[in-house]
Design a binder for this molecule. Structure first.
Ligand code: PRX
Length: 641
C-alpha cells in the first residue's frame, strides 16, 4: 500500500489556476465565510443574510435568500451578454450533431416550462424524467427548476417496475420521456417501458413524450401528450418561480442497504453553491475551456457536473448520447479531437475498458487540447491512473480523482490541479471548507491508518434528507458515530494526510460506478417461484470494479442449470434493469448460515475472492462452505484457462 510517486502540477497550470495554495488555510480559518463568498456569486432574487443553521442532522444554508436555479444556469449569462456562447455541443450516437447556445437553451426551457404550467404542474410538484442522453434531458430538468417543480430523474437503464416504484414513492404528477433512444446501435423503446410502468402509478396525470427515434408509440388519450404539441403555442420566455434557498430542487434515488432505494433530496441554494464552486476550482474551469463530463444525467454526476455545475459557470460542454464503442472503439477520442476538449471527467470503469481495448485507439487522435482529467465513481487503481495520465494525458495533464456521493451533492475529496502533488490512486485532500475525517470503530480520529470515512460539519450541498423518511435519514447517516455523517466508505489516511478510498463498508456493491444493494438483487431473484433463497455479493472485477455474484438455492433441493441461470438473469434485468443482473450465479443446495439462521455474507465474499475462509465455527453446516469454495475455485481455474 505504499505509493511513493508524486506528480507535481504543471507550472503553467499552477500560474493561472483559480485555486492558489492559500485557499486551504483561508477556508479553514472561516469555512462559513468561504461558502458565503461562493454563494454570493449566484444570482439572488433576494440576497441571504444567514449562512448556516444546523439542527443536527438537518442543515439550512442561506435560508432567508431567494433565487431560481434555471436563472442561475441560463438567464444570468444571457444578461451578461453571453447568450451566443455554446452551452452544449450535442453529439448523437449515429453522428447527428447540434450546437445549442445559452439563449437557445433558455428558449427551449421556457417553452417547456410554460407548457408544464398549462398542464397545471406547479411549484413543489414532483416530476419524473426518464429520457435518453439528448438535449431534452437538461431542458426538462431546467424547466422543472424554472417553475419550482421537483425533478426526479430516473436513469434510462431502469426497468418499468423500478420506474413505478420511484414515481410512487414521491407521488410524481407527471412523467417526461421519449419515444426511444439509441445505444450501441440499438433502439431502446423507452415509451413502451413507461407504458408498463404507468399501469401502476396512480399519481401520474400527464406523460410528456419527446421524439428521438420517431418509431410509433402508444399514446393514451387524456394522459399522453407529444412534447412538440405541448410547446407548439408557447412563448419562449417564462417568468421564473422565485424559490426559497431551502426549497427542494430535486430528488434522486440511490441504493441503500435494504431493497428499497432512498430518495435523496437536495435543496436549491446550497446545492448550487457546492456544484459551482467545485466545478470551477477542481476542474480549474476557464472561459476558453471545452468541458466534457461523460456521465449519464440519470446519476448524480450528471446532475452536478453535466447540468448545474457547468451551466452555473457558463461553460461550454460536450454532450454525447451513446456508447464509447459505436461505431468504433475510438469514438471518445475522435470527439475530444474534434471539439478540442480540454477537461474530461469520467469513471475508472471506462478507463479500464479503454486499457483493455488497447492504446492504439487513443493514439490515433490528437488529444493535445486536454489539460485536466477527472475520475469519479469508484476507487481508481494506480495502474489505471497511470494509464490515464500517460496514454490520454500524454504526461502533461493534471489528474483529479474525485470522491463524493449522491448524498454529498458535490465533490468532497479531490486534488486541486494547480496545487496538489498527486500520488496515483489517491483522491488526496478534502475540498476547502470541509471537515472530513477517518475514525476507528469507537469514533476516534485515526491520523494515520484505516477506518470509516466521516464528515464532521454540515456542508452547503449536503442532502436534506430522504424523501418521506426522516428516521431512515437519521439512522443511516447519523447514528453510528455521534455528530458525524457516516459516508459508508472505508478509507486510509497516510502520513501526508492523503485519503485513499477503499470501497463500501456496507452491503452496497459498486459495479461500473453504479451503486447497487445486494438486497435489491436478492429480492428480485426470490420473486422467481423456483428460488428458495438467494445471497448476493460483489466479486472483484478487473474492468467493472465489482461484478454481481449470486448464490441461489432452489426449492425442493432442485439442481440448477445454465438455462435456469440465464432465466434468472433475464428476470432480474426485467424487474430492476439490465445493469443489475448478476454476472455469476452459483447454485447451492444450501446457503452458509449461522446456527441462528443468518446468512454468513462474509464467508461468501471470501469464497468469491478466493481468500482463505474466515472463522467458520459458528456455521450450522460447514460442508456447505467447503463445497462452495471448491466449486468457486474450479470456476476461477476454468475462467483463467
Ligand atoms: O463508494 C464510493 C464510490 O461511490 C459511492 C457513491 O456512489 P453514488 O452515490 O452513486 O455516486 C457516485 C458518483 C459521485 C461512494 O460511497 N465512489 C465515488 N467516487 C469515488 C468512489 N470511491 C472511490 N473513489 C472515488 N473517487
Amino acid at each position: 500500500m505504499h505509493e511513493p510517486r508524486r506528480f507535481p502540477p504543471h507550472p503553467e497550470l499552477s500560474a493561472r489556476a483559480h485555486a492558489q495554495p492559500d485557499i486551504y488555510a483561508k477556508a479553514a480559518a472561516d469555512p462559513e465565510a468561504f461558502w458565503a463568498e461562493w454563494a454570493q456569486q449566484l444570482y439572488w432574487e433576494k440576497p441571504f443574510t444567514q449562512v448556516v443553521d444546523w439542527q443536527e442532522p438537518f442543515a439550512r444554508w442561506f435560508a432567508d435568500g431567494q433565487l431560481n436555479a434555471s436563472v442561475n444556469a441560463l438567464d444570468r449569462h444571457i444578461a451578461a451578454g453571453k447568450g451566443q456562447r455554446i452551452a452544449y455541443y450535442f453529439e448523437g450516437e449515429r453522428g447527428d450533431r447540434r450546437s445549442v447556445t445559452y439563449a437557445e437553451l433558455l428558449q427551449e426551457v421556457c417553452r417547456l416550462a410554460n407548457g408544464m404550467r398549462k398542464l397545471g404542474i406547479t411549484a413543489g410538484d414532483r416530476v419524473a424524467i426518464y429520457l435518453p442522453m439528448i438535449i431534452e434531458l437538461p431542458v426538462a430538468v431546467l424547466a422543472c427548476a424554472r417553475i419550482g417543480a421537483i425533478h426526479s430523474v430516473i436513469f434510462g437503464g431502469f426497468s418499468a417496475d423500478a420506474i413505478a416504484d420511484r414515481i410512487n414513492d414521491s407521488g410524481c404528477v407527471a412523467l417526461i420521456t421519449a419515444d426511444g433512444g439509441y445505444r450501441r446501435g440499438n433502439v431502446l423503446a423507452l415509451k413502451a417501458i413507461c407504458d408498463e410502468a404507468l399501469r401502476n402509478t396512480p399519481s401520474i396525470k400527464h406523460c410528456i413524450v419527446a421524439q428521438r427515434t420517431h418509431e410509433p408509440v402508444h399514446m393514451q388519450a387524456g394522459r399522453d401528450i407529444a412534447w412538440s404539441a405541448l410547446i407548439a403555442d408557447q412563448p419562449d420566455t417564462c417568468t421564473p418561480a422565485v424559490m426559497d434557498a431551502e426549497s427542494l430542487l430535486f430528488l434522486l434515488y440511490t441504493s441503500g442497504t435494504t431493497a428499497k432505494p432512498k430518495g435523496i433530496i437536495h435543496s436549491t441554494a446550497g446545492y448550487l453553491t457546492g456544484v459551482s464552486a467545485t466545478h470551477k476550482l477542481i476542474f480549474d474551469y476557464h472561459e476558453d475551456d471545452i468541458y466534457w463530463c461523460t456521465a449519464d444525467v440519470g446519476w448524480i454526476t450528471g446532475h452536478s457536473y453535466v447540468i448545474y455545475g457547468p451551466l452555473c459557470n457558463g461553460a461550454t460542454s460536450v454532450f454525447y448520447e451513446g456508447s464509447p464503442d459505436f461505431p468504433e472503439r475510438d469514438r471518445w477520442w475522435e470527439i475530444i479531437a474534434r471539439y478540442k476538449v480540454s477537461i474530461l471527467y469520467t469513471a475508472p470503469t471506462a478507463i479500464r475498458t479503454f486499457m483493455k481495448w488497447g492504446d492504439e485507439h487513443p493514439a490515433r487522435h490528437d488529444l493535445a487540447s486536454l489539460r485536466i482529467l477527472g475520475s469519479v465513481g469508484e476507487p481508481i487503481n494506480p495502474e489505471a491512473w497511470m494509464w490515464y495520465r500517460e496514454k490520454i494525458g500524454n504526461g502533461r495533464c493534471a489528474i483529479v480523482d474525485t470522491w463524493w456521493q449522491t448524498e454529498t451533492g458535490a465533490i468532497m475529496i479531490s486534488p486541486l490541479p494547480g496545487i496538489t502533488h498527486t500520488p496515483p490512486g489517491s483522491a488526496t485532500l478534502p475540498f476547502p471548507g470541509l471537515d472530513i475525517d477517518v475514525v476507528d470503530e469507537h469514533g476516534t480520529s485515526v491520523s494515520e491508518g484505516v477506518g470509516y470515512l466521516v464528515i464532521r460539519k454540515p456542508w452547503p450541498s449536503m442532502l436534506r434528507g430522504i424523501w418521506g423518511d426522516p428516521e431512515r435519514y437519521q439512522a443511516t447517516y447519523w447514528a453510528r458515530f455521534p455528530h458525524c455523517y457516516l459516508a459508508g466508505d472505508g478509507a486510509r489516511r497516510d502520513a501526508e494526510g492523503h485519503f485513499w478510498l477503499l470501497g463500501r463498508i456496507d452491503d452496497v456493491m459498486n459495479v461500473s460506478g453504479h451503486r447497487i444493494a445486494t438486497t435489491e438483487v436478492e429480492s428480485a431473484l426470490i420473486e422467481d417461484q423456483r428460488v428458495a433463497e438467494a445471497a448476493v455479493t460483489g466479486k472483484t472485477d478487473a474492468v467493472t470494479g465489482q461484478a454481481i455474484c449470486a448464490f441461489v438455492s432452489l426449492r425442493g433441493g432442485a439442481n440448477g442449470s445454465s438455462e435456469l441461470a440465464a432465466e434468472l438473469r433475464a428476470h432480474v434485468a426485467h424487474s430492476l434493469g439490465k445493469f443489475m443482473a448478476p454476472k455469476y450465479i452459483m447454485f447451492t443446495p444450501e446457503l452458509p448460515k449461522t446456527r441462528s439462521g443468518k446468512i454468513m455474507r462474509r464467508l461468501l465474499r471470501d469464497i468469491v475472492e478466493g481468500r482463505t475462509l474466515g472463522d467458520t465455527t459458528t456455521l450450522a453446516d460447514a460442508n456447505v462452505i467447503t463445497e462452495l469454495a471448491q466449486r468457486a475455485q474450479q470456476e476461477r481455474a476454468s475462467e483463467a484457462g
